[in-house]
Design a protein around this ligand. Structure first.
Ligand code: ATP
Ligand code: MG
Length: 581
């Protein structure tokens, strides 16, 4: 491609809404363009990189025994009603109706559609297993579309689904997909880590997310300093604290703490550490109130709490709700004597009290006195609280330095990551309600066991930019680069144009894709654009070199420069490219 004839347009200024570097650089390099919030166009350069990601995915999945299909974007509402997601999915789902008033959704994922396909085509155990995938645009009306391609409303996803006679066969395929995903992200030049994940609303037993470690990631990844343990924050646990050693502790005593409500304020006033306080929070779940007590330095994970409560919805109770439920203003609640307060105010209201494991490790605690402007001290956890198997739960986020739950020596570390892929064991979540069955070898009808496997194609491309850039621009790994070589022509005499044409043709002839900057622009402009676009090898042809019969080259990643004779230059460039990959 000649630059002068291309649609490539670069920008000096970052787009106003760019919060992450991939968004900034992909727009400035003329690869993508925003149409409206969360909706982007891929321009010729961007599409080339996107297709490269797609083809790596396709190639590895085909090698692993998967088959590609292409399902419609529109999904009849009836299918989603069968799986009960029509009512449950909420506002992310784009719903529409046709001229006859029939309801559809624009698929944000395609479990229902693929189940409908398989239940019509597969009838016997002999036709199983199957692993089908597609690479297709999805629409999700995300509440906060942002970060360019990272969190779009319309985005390209690879979604795959597998169908099995039993759980053992699903386990085998899950391992196959796990290994395939590792290969896909390696081939994309990404350092990705598989982490144990929360299975969330979609349901199922086991799930891993593939995370690209990047400071700008939206997810928090927890990993062990010593062993392989890694999980996302929603799922991560730590070795639970041992019960504190028994000690003589004086009787519980009230302390006047006027206006002091937060853990930090009270701890400072009492001259103790926040982790010696018991924090008491009230949540409102669909079934009633849940009172959660944790060590003062811990944060409740609403996802863990929601899973423990098996609640459809959950939120922190409002200040007014807390007062009408307990009779105590927010900031002064505590587990000692709470029961009696609630009995007075909320007769008949359903409620539960749970303690996070962190409470177990406190020997002597301070906490709210269940009376405005008072706290209590000398709370002996084993003496004054009724901790039991039933009310002790893992409901807090782990923190840096917690002991690893898997090994004896490691400490947990926290870092940020971008979720590029996700694999799930779905089990019967869709096959039972949608009646996706097969006849076993005794002729009995059985539900199929399913797995589902997703990759964000555009998000993977953006994640690659997060990991591969410098202050001048993108540094594409060769596998994703829109071109292999950026040929920069510095002077515009006929002789140089002819020489550039010769090199350009020879490169393409050797299977090396070249972008030829033939514009009548200043050298500085061309070099800046080349660094911004980030093609792995730059080749420079100009007057000075031609006199000596040489060209110059620069490796984008290392900035290493050199000269090569015009004759035989293509072999040298091929060698540089292999080394630069
Ligand atoms: P997230 O937690 O980031 O919202 P998700 O759990 O909703 O992701 P899945 O339903 O598992 O995502 O979708 C599969 C893959 O599609 C994700 O791993 C991610 O790479 C990609 N993806 C999901 N949502 C978006 C989005 N809004 N924009 C771009 N890619 C996305
Ligand atoms: Mg999501």
């Amino acid at each position: 491609m000649k630059f002068s004839k291309s649609l490539i347009h670069t920008y000096r200024e970052a787009p106003a809404d760019a919060e992450v570097i991939s968004h900034n650089l992909l727009v400035r390099a003329g690869m993508i363009r925003k149409v409206t919030a969360g909706i982007y166009e891929y321009l010729p350069l961007g599409l080339k990189s996107l297709k490269k990601v797609e083809n790596i995915i396709r190639n590895e999945l085909n090698r692993a025994g998967c088959q590609e299909v292409l399902l419609p974007h529109l999904v009849p509402g009836e299918l989603w009603k069968e799986s009960d997601r029509w009512a449950k999915y909420g506002k992310e789902l784009l719903r529409l109706s046709d001229r006859h008033g029939r309801e559809y959704c624009f698929g944000p994922t395609h479990e229902e559609t693929i189940c409908d396909l398989v239940r019509h085509v597969v009838s016997s155990y002999k036709a199983l297993p199957q692993n089908l995938y597609q690479i297709q645009t999805k629409f999700r009306d995300e509440i906060r579309p942002r970060f360019g391609l990272m969190r779009g409303r319309e985005f390209l996803m690879k979604d795959g689904y597998s169908f099995h006679v039993d759980h053992e066969d699903l386990d085998r395929e899950y391992k196959n997909m796990f290994a395939t995903y590792k290969r896909i992200f390696e081939r994309c030049g990404l350092t990705a880590r598989a982490v144990d994940a929360d299975t969330g609303a979609i349901g199922g037993k086991s799930s891993h997310e593939f995370m690209v470690i990047a400071q700008t990631g939206e997810d928090v990844v927890v990993y062990c300093s010593a062993c392989d343990y890694a999980a996302n924050l929603e799922k991560a646990s730590c070795r639970t604290a041992n019960v504190g050693a028994a000690q003589e502790i004086s009787a519980v005593q009230e302390v006047h703490t006027p206006g002091l409500k937060t853990v930090d304020e009270v701890a400072a006033f009492l001259k103790i550490k926040p982790q010696q306080m018991i924090k008491t929070l009230v949540y409102k779940a669909d079934q009633g109130f849940i009172v959660v007590c944790t060590a003062g330095d811990r944060e409740v994970s609403e996802i863990k709490l929601q899973n423990i409560a098996k609640a459809e919805a959950l939120r922190l109770a409002t200040d007014e709700e807390v007062v009408s439920f307990t009779g105590v203003p927010v900031g002064f609640l505590g587990p000692v004597g709470l029961d009696a307060c609630i009995r007075k105010t909320a007769l008949g209201a359903q409620w539960w009290l749970v303690y996070d494991h962190s409470v177990k490790g406190i020997v002597e605690a301070a906490t709210g006195a269940n009376r405005a402007d008072y706290h209590v001290v000398h709370v002996a956890v084993t003496r004054d609280l009724k901790l039991s198997e039933d009310n002790l739960v893992d409901v807090c986020n782990v923190i840096e330095g917690d002991p690893c739950p898997h090994c004896s020596s490691g400490q947990l570390k926290l870092t940020r990551g971008i979720e590029v892929g996700h694999i799930f064991k779905l089990g019967f979540r869709y096959s039972k309600p949608m009646k996706v069955t097969y006849l076993d070898n005794e002729g009995k009808e059985q539900p199929v066991v399913m797995g589902t496997y997703g990759i964000g194609v555009g998000r993977t491309m953006a994640a690659s930019v997060e990991q591969n850039h410098d202050d001048k621009g993108i540094i594409w790994p060769r596998a994703l680069a829109p071109f292999d070589v950026h040929l920069i022509q510095l002077d515009h005499t006929d002789a140089i144009t002819q020489e550039a044409q010769k090199i350009y043709d020879a490169l393409w002839g050797a299977g090396i894709e070249a972008l030829w900057d033939d514009r009548d622009e200043r050298a500085g402009v061309k070099f800046n654009d080349a660094d911004l676009i980030g093609i792995p090898v730059q080749v420079i042809i100009g007057k000075r070199g031609l006199q000596k019969g040489t060209l110059e080259y620069k490796i984008r990643r290392t900035s290493q420069k050199g000269e090569a004779p015009l004759l035989g230059a293509v072999d040298i460039i091929a060698g540089l490219l292999n080394a630069a990959a």
